[in-house]
Design a protein around this ligand. Structure first.
Ligand code: GLP
Length: 260
C-alpha cells in the first residue's frame, strides 16, 4: 500500500484527481468506481475543473458507484444519485447510459445486487475505485463485521454511521437504516484503489486501516490485501500513523510519472 500525506484537503484532492487522470490518459475508456461523502468533493471539483479546461475527457468512461441508501428515490436530495449528479455527472461528459449507481428503490434487492455485480463484470471490471472511509473504518457501507469477501448486497448501517450521516438529514430518524453496497470483495477486485481521508475525525480509522491488523472490524484494512492501493490523506488524517516519516521518505524518493 502506498501512503501519500498531503498538507491539506486541497492538495489531497488534487493528488487523487491526478491518479484518475493518469488512468484516463492510458485508458480513455476506463471503468471508474465512484464514492460519495464529503471527502471526495474536492477530487470531483478538480476533475470538473480539468474537464472544463479541456484537459480530461470522460466521453468513453463508464462508472459504477459504491452504494446507495435504501428507500431514497434518485431525486431525493440526500440520495447518492442526487449527490453524484449535483457534484460530478452534470458537469462532465460521461454518457448517461454509462453511469451505474445501485438502486435504492428496487423491489427485488437480491436480484438487483446480482445484476450489478454482473454488469461490472460485463464492463470488464473496475480500473480505478475511489474510496472514502467512515469514522468506524468502513469502506462504501461495509460496516464493521462485513466479510472481507462480501459482494454487492443489502447492509444494515451501524449506529456510528447513522450518527455521522445524520448531519445531512433534518432529523436523525430520517437517516435510512439500510443501504445497498458493493462488498469488500467487489472493491478488492478493482485493479487500482485510491482512498482519500481528511481531518482529525478520520485519524483513528486511517491508523487502524493502514497500520492495524487486517480485520472485518475495520473493512478499510482490507486495502492491505490489494496489490495497488493508494491512501491519500491530509496532515490531520495522518496524525495517528506511526510510520509517517517513512511514507514521506518513500514518496519524496519516487520518480515523477512520465507525462503522456
Ligand atoms: C458514507 C459512505 C462512504 C464514505 C463515508 C464517509 O458512509 N457510504 O462511502 O466514505 O460516508 O463520508 P465522509 O467523506 O462524508 O466522511
Amino acid at each position: 500500500m502506498e501512503v501519500v500525506i498531503k498538507r491539506d484537503y486541497d492538495q489531497m484532492s488534487k493528488a487523487a484527481a491526478q491518479l484518475v487522470v493518469d488512468v484516463l490518459n492510458t485508458k480513455p475508456n476506463a471503468v471508474l468506481g465512484m464514492a460519495t461523502g464529503s471527502t471526495p468533493l474536492g477530487l470531483y471539483q478538480e476533475l470538473v475543473r480539468l474537464h472544463q479546461a479541456g484537459q480530461v475527457d470522460f466521453s468513453r468512461v463508464t462508472t459504477f458507484n459504491l452504494d446507495e441508501y435504501v428507500g431514497l428515490p434518485a431525486n431525493h436530495p440526500q440520495s447518492y444519485h442526487y449527490f453524484m449528479d449535483e457534484h460530478f455527472f452534470r458537469h462532465v461528459n460521461i454518457p448517461r447510459h454509462n453511469i451505474n449507481i445501485p438502486s435504492g428503490t428496487t423491489s427485488n434487492y437480491p436480484a438487483f445486487c446480482q445484476w450489478y455485480e454482473g454488469r461490472i463484470a460485463e464492463c470488464g471490471g473496475i480500473d480505478l475505485q475511489i474510496l472514502g472511509i467512515g469514522s468506524d473504518g468502513h469502506i462504501a457501507f461495509n460496516e464493521p463485521g462485513s466479510s472481507l469477501s462480501s459482494r454487492t448486497r443489502l447492509k444494515t448501517l451501524s449506529k456510528q454511521t447513522i450518527d455521522d450521516n445524520a448531519r445531512f438529514f433534518e432529523r436523525r430518524e430520517d437517516v435510512p437504516v439500510y443501504a445497498i453496497t458493493m462488498g469488500v470483495g467487489t472493491i478488492l477486485d478493482a485493479r487500482k484503489l485510491v482512498l482519500v481521508a481528511s481531518g482529525k475525525t478520520k485519524a483513528k480509522a486511517i491508523a487502524q486501516a493502514v497500520e492495524g491488523p487486517v480485520t472485518s472490524m475495520v473493512t478499510a484494512s482490507a486495502l492491505q490485501l490489494h496489490r495497488d492501493a493508494t491512501v491519500i490523506v491530509d496532515a490531520d488524517a495522518a496524525a495517528g500513523l506511526t510510520m509517517r516519516d517513512y511514507y514521506e521518505f518513500i514518496y519524496a524518493a519516487k520518480p515523477a510519472a512520465p507525462k503522456s
